[in-house]
Design a protein around this ligand. Structure first.
Ligand code: ADP
Length: 451
């Protein structure tokens, strides 16, 4: 990779949080003239702005001024939607717009594993990191997951491995980003409001994860998911699939209830599926994807087995909270689209009191009608979209509306019978009642623990 010479070049970074500040500092080290702009409010950005002040990087918050466009390069942080007006304006003005991921990759000596998909990115990325860590392989986990890629990239050597969680917004603004292993977990409707309600556009964005790959690279993908298997047809890299329903000549699959892989003609029986700690078919997919990455990176099946037995999942993803009066409470606040709720319902056999709703992203609830009919006792409709939820499921199951999370939890408690589950799996963003999905999950857990 030829690293572009940016010394003296004016660069605007959009977004002044973790990744924005990370990339601003990285660019500053290479003598670019950096300016950071964020339309968010100052208090929320406090610690990041302190870092900008300390490093004397000029910035503005609370809106974007025209200074944003006085640059020859605009770098977009992961949280900024691809259709944000400031991004569109920069493009209209003919400016070069790239993502933080792209910039960081210019300086990365280590091979990259990039994990994307509509759901399961954080779980799979975390699990992959755990598999490599347990096997003492040097690596860094970064991307949309706690650590900005741009803040760790210069510390990585050629012999390390960068394991990145990558969102479609980041992929929308890559040019040369080329992971040596790409993982495409699934493509199901999400953020449809930001892709003109077009699955084709959304899938095309996900396909960018492999667009620069060559035959020397590897693409791991879900064979069972129709959008994914269709999308990977365009890849030039070596494709290795995973499937929960068919046996594959190469890849990961289930044989006699054992997660099995075949790679380079060598078959491994990795683990009995019931021994995998994280539950549900969706997590089996995540486990298969992470296993394949682990094996490709040289980790043996025995080590992977031990990790899969121990890995309990990530907070706010089908997280067990407590049992009270024979009712078990689960926090799945990160279920911010319809498909993740569908998988959450598949993961349980018990009757469910489902807390559903929030800020709608253009949801089509029809996919949930069957599992709701067969598994859900009552829906407690929450948030801004309570009315839409009510209409979508009227006549299918009882729907009660709640005016707050407190109200929702106490209604759920009075409805649930011993042996039931109370599940917060909202299918929606959290920004109507909460700062983010983490806060929604925390508030839910706190209320449940106070019952
Ligand atoms: P992401 O980082 O892509 O948002 P997470 O691992 O944070 O994915 O999980 C988000 C939500 O999706 C959670 O509710 C989780 O239970 C569910 N989920 C996880 N993996 C999958 C999958 N492979 N398919 C569908 N839903 C999934």
């Amino acid at each position: 990779m030829n690293v572009p010479d940016l010394s003296g070049t004016r660069v605007t970074v959009i977004g002044a949080a973790r990744s924005g500040v990370g990339v601003a500092r990285l660019l500053q080290k290479f003598h670019a003239r950096v300016f950071v702009s964020d339309n968010g409010a100052e208090p929320a950005l406090g610690p990041y702005l302190d870092e900008l002040k300390k490093t004397q990087i000029p910035f503005e918050v609370g809106g974007h001024s025209l200074r944003v466009f006085d640059a020859s390069l605009v770098v977009v942080s992961p949280g900024v939607p691809s259709n944000a007006p400031v991004v569109t304006e920069a493009r209209t003005r003919g400016l070069r717009v790239v993502s933080e991921l792209e910039v960081a990759s210019w300086y990365c000596k280590a091979p990259v594993v990039a994990i994307t998909g509509s759901n399961g990115k954080t779980t799979t990325t975390t699990l992959t990191g755990r598999i490599l860590g347990d096997a003492k392989k040097k690596h860094a986990v970064a991307g949309n997951i706690g650590t900005a890629f741009s803040s760790v990239v210069l510390d990585m050597a050629e012999t390390d491995l960068a394991v990145l969680e990558v969102s479609s917004f980041q992929l929308d603004h890559i040019e040369s980003f080329r992971p040596h292993v790409a993982v495409l977990l699934n493509i199901t409707p999400d953020h449809m409001d930001r892709y003109d309600h077009s699955m084709e556009r959304y899938a095309a964005s996900k396909a960018r994860v492999f667009m620069n790959q060559t035959r020397d690279d590897i693409l791991i993908y879900d064979v069972d998911d129709p959008w994914t298997s269709r999308t990977v047809d365009a890849a030039k890299s070596k494709r290795i699939g995973f499937s929960a329903s068919k046996r594959l000549n190469e890849g990961a699959f289930v044989e006699n209830d054992v997660l099995t892989t075949v790679l380079n003609g060598q078959k491994s029986s990795v683990i009995a599926t019931r021994e995998i700690s994280i539950r549900g078919t969706h997590n089996l997919y995540n486990a298969m994807a992470a296993t394949l990455v682990g094996q490709i990176e040289g980790v043996g099946p025995a080590s992977i087995r031990a990790t899969l037995r121990n890995f309990r999942g990530v907070e706010h993803r089908l997280e067990f909270v407590r049992e009270l009066d024979g009712v078990r409470y689960y926090n799945d606040s990160k279920a911010t689209n319809v498909d993740s709720v569908w998988y959450a319902l598949q993961a349980f056999a018990e009757p469910v009191v489902l807390l559903l709703g929030g800020r709608d992203k253009g949801n089509d609830y029809r996919r949930l009608l069957d599992p709701v009919r067969s598994k859900v006792r009552t829906i407690v409709a929450i948030g801004e979209s309570a009315e839409k939820v009510d209409h979508a499921f009227a006549g299918i199951v009882p729907v009660v509306r709640a005016g707050s999370m407190d109200d929702a939890v106490s209604k759920a408690r009075s409805i649930a019978r011993p042996g039931d589950l109370v599940l917060l799996s909202p299918a929606c963003a959290s920004f109507d009642w909460f700062k983010n999905y983490e806060q929604r999950g925390f508030v839910f857990k706190q209320l449940v623990n106070n019952l």
